[in-house]
Write a protein that binds this ligand. Structure first.
Ligand code: ATP
Ligand code: MG
Ligand code: MG
Ligand code: MG
Length: 468
């Protein structure tokens, strides 16, 4: 079953259950300074959950594009994590509650008319004190006791405001994927056997300012299912990257680089990271974010530079990522027309960024190799904050790129030292700006230029790649 069909079936199923389809919103949060990116389906519906607005229909269903950077280190290594993914969700704003939410999730997953999964392959986790959820799973659905796992962590709480227990649904991808004696081999543990596909949150308490919890007068349901994960299950493939959402991107990269997917582990990691990051970049630029040195723009820049560097590992040293824009647009166009509509613009942004970074990448990698060599000789196991800063400042290496490289060589980066060096630079910039002001030279542009020139000076190469 193609991913597009899963998405459609999910929406159709919940429309049959009286839900209204809410279109996917921009990745850039509106009126929500607490979030850098929309990171889940519920993030765009907060206005209903916190009572600011009342929806026409208390039952909502959506497919929401989401960005999560907290999972970045897993990308390319686990079968299931992305920086950009789609979350399918059904929501109840003070309408139906636990029983319907659980029974409908089960129906959607197991009924042959919908996903038709083998019920024996499904297990769930619940909060230890959530007797109601236990009873519904055990008695109404009929899941055997040993496949209902109680986890203290199954409680959704973001501080003050609505909170409550949750239940997660896992698909068993096969016994061979973890040793039953491994303490992490259970649904919810760190393993590749039990794949979390769906999370149902029962927001039933208010977390009060004094730390107590009181029942909410109107209880809500908030669920999220990862489309890419569901696609890997429905297409019976080992990872999300083997689905129709990623394969065309990976194959296009293979053609460009002259490599094959599925032959060599390191090559596959690079192909996966590139496929993941390009989706994020295409959608973020499509939603109006441009590479820069702070906030969302810097996330974008980091992802692009990381992808460029993985491209280099595959032997590609010319701009190529921009050409994948069309591939992504083609895969996603049914539900998300923006990448296709803005293809030329997105390509231009990506290409410009690739060209700029490629100017300093070779030299930076050369320096980095020398640094690694030195660290090995000294035996500290750690790249200094000063070196990481120099790579950032002179060669445009985001610190996580240096960390990737370090990790590949069994080393780490002195992150604190790096942050200190950054702070010192900011101080110097502030001081320089004050000097300029006090001399009453022309303001604005010239002052900025003066400030920039105080940053350089480590090596003969003084290109400042940090400036867009
Ligand atoms: P995991 O434990 O696997 O990291 P999670 O519990 O952090 O997932 P939730 O916040 O519950 O994830 O999100 C709801 C659903 O969205 C998950 O059940 C999963 O299917 C999907 N999902 C979450 N994070 C990612 C990600 N980084 N990449 C792809 N899908 C994701
Ligand atoms: Mg997670
Ligand atoms: Mg989880
Ligand atoms: Mg979860």
């Amino acid at each position: 079953m193609k991913a597009a069909e899963i998405r459609k079936k999910f929406l159709d199923f919940f429309v049959e259950k009286g839900h209204k389809v809410e279109p996917s919103a921009s990745l850039v949060p509106v009126d929500d300074p607490s979030l850098l990116w929309i990171n889940s389906g519920v993030a765009t519906l907060k206005k209903y959950f916190d009572g600011r607005l009342t929806p026409d229909n208390p039952r909502i269903v959506n497919a929401q594009k989401s960005i999560r950077t907290n999972d970045i280190e897993n990308v390319g290594y686990t079968a299931r994590h992305h920086t950009f993914f789609e979350m399918l969700g059904n929501f109840s704003i003070g309408d139906y509650f636990k029983e319907e939410a659980i029974l409908w999730a089960w129906e959607f997953l197991t009924d042959p008319k919908w996903m038709g999964l083998d019920p024996d392959r499904l297990s769930v986790t619940i909060h230890p004190e959530d007797d109601e959820a236990y009873r519904i799973w055990r008695e109404k659905v009929g899941i055997p006791d040993e496949r209902i796992v109680k986890l203290e962590s199954n409680f959704w709480d973001i501080g003050e405001g609505p909170s409550g227990p949750n239940t997660e649904i896992f698909y068993d991808r096969g016994e061979h994927l973890c040793d039953p004696n491994d303490p992490e081999c259970y649904p919810g543990g760190e393993n590749e056997r039990y794949l979390e596909i769906w999370n149902l949150v029962f927001s039933q308490y208010n977390h009060n300012p004094d730390g107590t919890y009181t029942p909410l007068p109107k209880k809500n349901i908030d669920t999220g299912m990862g489309l890419e994960r569901m696609a890997s299950v429905m297409q019976d493939v080992p990872t999300n990257y083997d689905t129709d959402l990623f394969q065309p991107i990976i194959q296009a990269t293979c053609r460009e680089a002259g490599v094959e997917y599925g032959k060599d582990k390191e090559t596959d990691v690079a192909l996966k990271v590139i496929a993941d990051h390009i989706r994020t970049v295409v959608f973020a630029v499509g939603d109006g974010v441009l590479p820069s040195n702070e906030g969302r723009g810097y996330v974008l820049r980091r992802l692009l530079r990381r992808a460029v560097r993985y491209g280099r590992k595959l032997g590609v040293d010319r701009p190529f990522l921009y050409q994948l824009t069309g591939v992504v647009a083609e895969i996603m166009k049914d539900y998300y027309p923006e990448p296709l509509e803005k293809q030329a613009f997105i390509e231009r942004v990506i290409r410009g960024e690739e060209e700029r970074f490629l100017e300093t990448l070779s030299e930076g990698l050369h320096i980095l190799a020398q640094v690694v060599e030195q660290v090995r000789e000294v035996g500290t196991g750690r790249i200094s904050g000063q070196d990481a800063f120099k790579l950032y400042d002179t060669y445009g290496f985001p610190v996580d790129l240096t960390e990737d490289f370090a990790r590949e060589h069994g080393l780490e980066v002195d992150r604190e030292g790096f942050e200190r060096a950054m702070e010192e630079q900011r101080e110097r910039a502030r001081a320089a700006r004050q000097d300029v002001d006090s001399m009453q030279v022309q303001g604005g542009a010239l002052a900025e230029l003066e400030v920039e020139s105080t940053f350089v000076g480590y090596t003969r190469l003084q290109t400042d790649t940090r400036v867009a």
